[in-house]
Ligand binder design. Structure first.
Ligand code: C5P
Length: 227
């Protein structure tokens, strides 16, 4: 069984809206629902675990019903960090039937069904696979207020989600770290630290993470067909 863990337990501090960004409306529908619809429609995903702020879990069951999200198997309370939230979801997966786990940010509503499928298939074959996009800006390494190095743009990719792994590999990765470590900004990093190879799947730059009020403006434009 392939399971998606949707990490949506952030507080949305950078959005400064008073409501976590994953629940803000995009074309009249909560961002998290747009995201979940892609996983609902993907044949390579069998069940979905949604990780939410503790005070949002009970209300969410009715939201899921309203939008016909039938694959949601569990709604789990998140933790203080993204890594802790993902681990809480991971610990609810039944070991005997688990195959691939796809971890996705709840605030990335523009992921496509095809991108999810391709990443799941690559992980099934290679063990670990993440969706990436090319870097459009030249990236500098800095120290204090000075540039100390320029990285080769051709060798750089932006890490998107989903990030997909065989279950036992992701469990081993999460069992090997302290989930409160603030440097754990994605799941791939944990697997890389085990010395395991992570494959890449080239994805679309449209798969943005909605973090700031400006991102919401861009997202509305995407939905109006500007991408
Ligand atoms: O904070 P960041 O931008 O890395 O958040 C990425 C995703 O992780 C968001 O969808 C957010 O809701 C989720 N998250 C979480 N639990 C936290 C912090 C973030 O599920 N404690």
């Amino acid at each position: 069984m392939n399971t998606a863990i949707i990490a949506a337990a952030g507080s949305g501090a950078r959005m400064a809206s008073g409501r976590p960004k994953q629940f803000l409306p995009l074309a009249g529908i909560p961002i998290i629902v747009h995201t979940l619809k892609a996983f609902e429609q993907c044949e390579d995903i069998d069940e979905v675990i949604v990780v939410l702020p503790a005070d949002e879990t009970s209300e969410f069951i009715s939201v899921a019903g309203k939008y016909g999200l039938r694959k949601i198997g569990r709604v789990v309370s998140g933790g203080a960090t993204r890594a802790e939230s993902v681990k809480r979801g991971l610990l609810t997966i039944r070991t005997v039937t688990a195959e691939v786990v796809a971890v996705h940010d709840g605030v990335r509503p523009f992921v496509t069904v095809e991108e999810i499928s391709e990443t799941v298939k690559s992980a099934r074959e290679h063990g670990a696979a993440i969706l990436v996009a090319s870097a459009v800006d030249t990236i500098k390494r800095v120290s204090g207020d000075a540039v100390i190095d320029t990285l080769s743009r051709a060798d750089l990719r932006r890490a998107l989600t989903p990030q997909c792994f065989r279950y036992e590999l992701l469990r081993r990765a999460y069992d090997s770290v302290d989930v409160n470590d603030p440097t754990l900004t994605d799941d791939s990093l944990l697997v890389e630290r085990l010395g395991e190879r992570v494959s890449i799947v080239e994805g679309s730059a449209a798969n943005i993470k909605i973090t700031t009020p400006q991102d919401l403006v861009v997202a509305e434009a995407y939905l109006k067909g500007c991408h």
